[in-house]
Unconditional design. Structure first.
Length: 204
């Protein structure tokens, strides 16, 4: 059974294990996948009530595609980390190059998770107006999870980048992470202000 198709309990047990089964990168992908599932649900319900709005269908469809991709990335992250461990066990001359290549691969996974998480935050903001009142708390949870996944994936990626030192990949990946974090932070603030404002208005 692949990591991505395990039960929730099985996957959490992997993460909880003291062995190299899964770690922060896999947890970030799982968190982002959960956010994507919620966005797909909120978008799907909104579409059902406004079937003429093609934009809502597109959001729901893309969110579900991201859910599937992020689910795959859970397993990809586990595999990438194993390749880093395997490279570090080498004793022959190509050890340094093998570690470098493995670290680049292990950084690409959380970088993709961070990118997907920022995209999910964009969808959360886009759904603020059309979301049904009964799903607004779900939308807020999706935004919180996407923001947490973005931060977690960025932390994982930056940890790998520090180990790469002067590799050309470092500057490009670091700049991309900076952009994603700035963009994600702005989206999170917009989402938070809108949801808190609606909550306060409904209780006055």
């Amino acid at each position: 059974m692949s990591v991505a198709t395990e039960t929730v309990e099985g996957l959490l047990a992997r993460i909880a294990s003291a062995g190299p089964e899964a770690g922060g990168g896999a947890a970030a992908a799982l968190t982002a996948a959960t956010a994507a599932a919620l966005v797909a649900m909120v978008g799907g319900i909104a579409t059902r009530h406004a079937p003429e709005e093609s934009g809502l269908r597109e959001i729901a469809g893309e969110a579900d595609a991201l859910r599937q991709r992020l689910t795959d990335l859970i397993g990809f992250d586990v595999d990438a980390y194993r390749r880093v461990l395997d490279a570090r066990r080498l004793t022959a001359e190509p050890r340094a190059a093998a570690i470098r290549d493995a670290l680049v691969g292990a950084t690409e996974v959380p970088l993709e998770v961070a990118t997907a998480s920022a995209r999910l935050l964009e969808h959360c903001v886009a759904l603020l107006a059309p979301a049904r009142p009964s799903t607004r708390s779900d939308l807020g949870v999706a935004g919180l999870l996407a923001a947490a996944a973005l931060d977690a994936a960025a932390l994982t990626a930056r940890t790998n980048l520090r180990a790469l030192e002067a590799h050309p990949f470092v500057a490009d990946a670091g700049a991309q992470l900076d952009r994603l974090l700035r963009h994600g932070g702005a989206l999170r603030e917009r989402l938070s202000q809108a949801l808190v404002g609606r909550y306060e208005r409904s209780h006055t």
